[in-house]
Design a protein around this ligand. Structure first.
Ligand code: GUN
Ligand code: ZN
Length: 431
């Protein structure tokens, strides 16, 4: 058993529903076999558990492990290309790199880059958009498993509209997906997600094969893209002339439900929001990506008003890095820029969106996303270098909420002093 000591912040009560930030200045968290079995003021917990080893995380902030609900495995090495809208960026930047993952040795190296990037950013759980190549997806699961990260991922499939070497067939997609799910779904912390790239690059036959696979393998997830860019949306409309709207291209195959996460939804329609809410599906809001590609300003308030679940995604590599602190800050900026149509966000909202909301979106709300008794101990320790601006600012913060807001404003992966999954430190040297 281990006793973790530090300033612990989390959001078990949803701030969007009036819940307050839970902040404990000097908290003790007792961990046994990866699970939190006791929590309270440090001195009290120490008295009850006098023999435990203490992990002293004082100085800085302890947050639940961050949850990234949309990040692309094969795009790590092309982060940061600027100045292009979605379809041009895909063609000239993302897809040429994605084609390189046909080489499994290359894919293994990229999988290491991805997992290292996530851990260094304090992300402990991720819904990872996989690769078009089965060998590469296998390499990703193997690397996540080796390190112990919680990863949900799958084979990305497309059968039109991209480069030929990224196309598959409905039969092959089904066969390869089944084999990968058989190998990894439910194995330790890995889970499988059926992943058509987006309707623009999928025929109805391919989407039907995705739906069949999802039916055949219990408890698998579905993830894809939705309503990101106006040219994309117009193209999807011409490709699926009998669909009522973009969401319908997936929903008509039975792909939209509680275990579905759709990225972006920047240009959502009323009917789609109603259907997403009724289905219990989640939207991964990816603010740095939306800004970098000029996709648009995310209508968070409309999502909340319709009761659609929203969490955050980095959308690496259109997104500008792995840090969910930056995504939180950019989400805040975006709502500010929407003026009266924006949803005002404060630090507790940002923490909720990057932890608890992500855990709920991925069906892991009872397991991670908060540091409560009964949850697994996934945490990130933010401890800026002494003398750094974040250090100075945290030292002068007037409250826990104040400190948290400053951590979102100034924090980067360099401020992540350690990441723990199920009570075990993910050691950077082993990455
Ligand atoms: N839509 C289809 N593929 C992609 C992708 O790789 N990134 C983003 N942002 N949108 C997409
Ligand atoms: Zn994406």
């Amino acid at each position: 058993m281990t006793l973790f000591r530090g300033t612990v912040l989390d959001t078990p009560e949803d701030p969007f529903a009036g819940g307050a930030l839970r902040a404990e200045e000097d908290a003790g968290l007792v961990e046994r076999d990866g699970t939190i079995v006791a929590r309270g003021p440090y001195e009290r917990v120490r008295t009850a558990y006098p023999d435990d080893d203490v992990v002293d995380l004082r100085g800085g902030l302890v947050l639940p492990g961050l949850v990234d609900t949309h990040v692309h495995f094969p795009q790590v090495r092309v982060i940061g290309a600027l100045g292009m809208p979605l379809l041009e960026w895909l063609e000239s930047c993302a897809l040429p790199e994605e084609a390189r993952l046909a080489d499994v040795a290359y894919a293994r190296a990229v999988a290491r880059d991805l997992v290292r990037g996530l851990v260094r950013a304090g992300t402990t759980t991720a819904l990872v958009f996989g690769s078009h190549f089965a060998g590469a997806v296998d390499a990703l699961f193997a690397e996540a498993d080796r390190v112990g990260l919680r990863v949900t991922s799958g084979l990305v499939v497309s059968d039109r509209g991209l480069r030929e070497d990224l196309h598959t067939t409905p039969e092959r997609a089904h066969e390869e997906g089944l084999a990968l799910a058989g190998r990894w779904h439910g194995v330790r912390r890995n889970r499988y997600a059926v992943t058509p790239r987006f309707s623009l690059s999928c025929t109805d036959e391919l989407l039907a094969s995705c739906a069949a696979l999802k039916q055949e393998v219990p408890e698998t997830w579905f993830t894809s893209h939705l309503n990101e860019n106006v040219v994309e949306i117009d193209t999807v409309r011409t490709l699926f002339d009998d669909a009522e709207h973009y969401l319908h291209t997936y929903a008509q195959h039975g792909l939209v439900g509680r275990r579905s996460v759709l990225a972006h939804n920047v240009h959502a329609t009323h009917d789609e929001l109603v259907e997403l809410a009724a289905a219990g599906a989640s939207v991964a809001h990816c603010p740095t990506s939306n800004s970098a590609l000029g996709s648009g300003l995310f209508p968070l308030r409309q999502h909340l008003e319709h009761g659609v679940r929203v969490a955050l995604g980095s959308d690496v590599g259109a997104g500008t890095g792995f840090s969910l602190l930056k995504e939180g800050l950019q989400a805040y900026f975006m709502q500010q820029l929407l003026g009266e149509r924006g949803e005002p966000l404060a630090a507790p909202h940002l923490l909720h969106l990057t932890t608890t909301a992500g855990a709920h979106a991925l069906g892991l709300g009872d397991t991670v996303g908060q540091l409560s008794v009964g949850h697994e101990l996934d945490l990130v320790w933010l401890r800026p270098e002494p003398g750094s601006t974040l250090d100075v600012v945290l030292t002068h913060a007037t409250s826990a909420e104040d400190a948290l807001g400053r951590a979102f404003a100034l924090g980067t992966s360099s401020d992540v002093a350690g990441t723990w999954v199920a009570g075990r430190r993910v050691v950077p040297s082993a990455l």
